[in-house]
Design a protein around this ligand. Structure first.
Ligand SMILES: O=P(O)(O)OC[C@H]1O[C@H](O[C@H]2O[C@H](CO)[C@@H](O)[C@H](O)[C@H]2O)[C@H](O)[C@@H](O)[C@@H]1O
Length: 244
């Protein structure tokens, strides 16, 4: 694979978290860091001279609960939140009033349905049904109705394990672009590992920049140039890249 021709000094590495670095769990808070991943992230930071960033739908507060004191450069909430430098300040994106109203209403509607989890993470709302798959069609239908109350400002990202309400400017492509303009990342080739629909704009953007895009366990068409079947394979690949 072309990726193996790149040396660490040439790479800017962008990493999705859930489904890419960590296996999915029934509940978002059930995901835990392990020694292998911790060592891999520290090595990436060192070998790439800081040109590694997490690009995730999670809030940065949640990322920091997972990754502890690493505090790597991170784009949270699909780029609405960011920490541009390791241990640097975090810009957050709070929950606007109209989204609060929609979240309250949907939470009320589903409060007796077991297994549905509302992740209110600020400017993005996730409703998880991984532990209640039978509820997904109803959650989708109600969310589509609720979306109309938010006017044109939001879109609904529907997956096989829930839905997310996203402001239109919440895009992984924009998040990666912001990092690529910084001296630590600029001039390197972006390499982006992701695993789901929300990562597709990121793949398209790194492709435009002549970078390398890798999707883990694709379930349909993808703009990614390469695919890998498992989280373990993604970790191995990153490790190989850093070992050169
Ligand atoms: O961009 P990512 O880093 O992939 O984050 C996407 C979402 O990941 C989390 O939810 C997903 O993972 C959970 C843990 O495995 C799983 O329970 C859930 O069904 C998945 O949707 C996270 O909770 C979300 O906030 C992220 O947007």
């Amino acid at each position: 694979m072309e990726l193996l021709d790149l040396k660490p000094a040439e790479i800017a590495l962008f990493l999705d978290i859930d489904g890419t670095l960590l296996e999915h769990q029934p509940h978002p808070e059930g995901v835990v860091m392990d020694d292998e991943l911790r060592a891999l992230m520290l090595k990436a930071d060192k070998r790439l001279n800081g040109a590694v960033a997490l690009v995730t739908g999670r809030s940065i507060a949640m990322v920091d609960r997972l990754f502890g004191d690493m505090e790597l450069p991170t784009a949270g909430l699909y780029g609405l939140e960011h920490r541009l430098a390791k241990h640097g300040p975090v810009t957050t994106a709070g929950e606007p009033e109209d989204l609060t109203a929609v979240a309250d209403q949907l939470q009320e509607e589903f409060h007796t349905t077991r297994g549905i989890y509302f992740e209110r993470k600020g400017a993005v709302l996730a409703i998880h049904t991984r532990a209640a798959p039978h509820s997904l069609p109803q959650v989708k239908a109600s969310s589509e109705r609720a979306l109309k109350k938010l006017g044109e400002k939001y879109r609904l990202l529907a997956g096989h394990a829930g839905v997310e309400f996203l402001p239109l400017d919440a895009l992984k492509s924009a998040a990666i672009r912001r990092f690529m303009e910084l001296p630590t990342f600029a001039g390197r080739r972006p390499v982006f590992f992701g695993d789901d629909t929300a990562d597709e704009t990121g793949f398209e953007f790194v492709n435009e920049l002549g970078g390398v895009s890798i999707r883990v366990r694709p379930e349909g068409p993808t703009a990614a140039q390469h695919t890998l079947e498992t989280v373990a394979a993604a970790r191995r690949f990153i490790a190989e890249l850093l070992a050169r």
